[in-house]
Design a protein around this ligand. Structure first.
Ligand code: ADP
Ligand code: MG
Length: 346
């Protein structure tokens, strides 16, 4: 027992933000995820990312989205402030990546953050600079409509968290993995990723099927595209589409399987299982397929509010969804394997 009785107190907003940051901001890749998702939610058509030192020294995201009204800018950096969710009825019908109003204040509380934004229709931009969540500068700025968020010195004020980060190569690897997921979930957006002066990846907006194929080839390799079937199936308003690697194009591990539910990249054991079972008859037990699957469901069947990072979802009718995915994919694979009628020369 402590010797002196300590009184109950509401914690300061900065401390509350820093504690919440533990769940949202794990590493540079999670910062990048939140910033890019904000840009996508803002309807950006171009997103430029600049990182230095595996994103720990610097992580900057520039977009040409709708921007933030000057008077709302400080609010965007306070906790539980969001433009994406106004009442609890909307919580059942989430159509944006964000809705919790946590990311910006959480990131700001564990780094140095600058944000410059100009709303579409406004004639100037506003610029804020914060360190460890404390406002240090607030000035007018010049900028085309859109938003730039610059995050420097991640975890500089939380040494314990900084120590927990892995070697720069590992953190960079996670950034690239996240980048591939985002690129696969945002075909219409022109994306650029730069590390210092080096261009790591650039994907032009992919609107046609051919352009989407090209982006898939850039991300998973030409060989995957040559050995993949593009598919799309719909049943009762449930839709599944994507690319399935041929059984012959397999991997020892399940690390090249991408799942998106209503546009959001998810980690889901049920979907992984459904995919693997669809290949049960055509793949050795210790091999894994390569695939990209987009599942589109009525939003009331999908609860995305499971974890702050939102990479997990909970399904209503989970069993039926699993079976729908498994049957649809199994049918496509079986179709492909079925011998074609012999070719008879004329
Ligand atoms: P959330 O995305 O859950 O709403 P965030 O903390 O990530 O919470 O962002 C807070 C708010 O700031 C958003 O709701 C949005 O209104 C605004 N915002 C953040 N980033 C951008 C951006 N890149 N473009 C336009 N608005 C943004
Ligand atoms: Mg957000």
């Amino acid at each position: 027992m402590p010797e002196t009785r300590r009184r109950v107190q509401v914690m300061s907003p900065q401390l509350a933000d820093r504690i919440a940051a533990g769940e949202v901001v794990e590493r540079p890749a999670s910062v990048l995820k939140e910033l890019i998702e904000n840009s996508l939610d803002a309807g950006a058509r171009h997103i430029d990312v600049l990182i230095e030192g595996a994103g720990i020294e610097l992580l900057e995201v520039q977009d040409d989205g709708i921007g933030i009204e000057a008077e709302d800018l400080p609010l965007a950096l306070s906790r539980h402030a969001t433009s994406k969710l106004y009442d609890d009825g909307e919580l059942e019908q989430i159509h944006s990546f964000g809705f919790r109003g946590e990311a910006l204040p959480a990131i700001a509380s564990v780094a140095r953050l600058e944000i410059t934004s100009r709303a579409v229709g406004a004639n100037a931009a506003r610029h804020l600079r914060l360190a460890a969540g404390i406002l240090e500068e607030d000035t007018p700025a010049a900028r085309a409509p859109g938003t730039t968020v610059r995050v420097e010195d991640l975890f500089y004020n939380v040494p314990a968290r900084r120590k927990f980060l892995k070697a720069p190569g590992t953190e960079l690897g996670r950034i690239q993995k996240l980048w591939r997921q985002l690129a696969l979930s945002a075909f219409p957006v022109d994306l650029r990723l730069q590390q210092g002066k080096r261009l790591l990846a650039q994907y032009p907006a992919a609107l046609s099927e051919a352009d989407q194929d090209a982006r898939v080839a850039a991300i998973l390799g030409e060989e995957f595209l040559r050995n993949a079937l593009r598919f799309a199936q719909e049943n009762n308003g449930w839709r599944l589409w994507g690319w399935l690697g041929l059984p012959s194009f397999n991997r020892p591990r399940a690390d090249e399987q991408y799942f998106f539910v209503n546009g959001r990249a998810v980690q889901d054991a049920g979907l992984r299982h459904a995919l693997r079972s669809a290949y049960a008859d055509v793949l050795y037990q210790d091999r894994q397929p390569v695939a990209i699957c987009y599942l589109e469901l009525p939003s009331e069947l999908v609860d995305v509010n499971v974890h702050p990072a939102k990479t997990e979802v909970r399904f209503r009718e989970a069993r039926q969804i699993h079976d729908f995915v498994r049957h649809t994919l199994a049918e496509i694979i079986a179709d492909q394997a079925r011998p074609r009628a012999p070719y008879l020369p004329p």
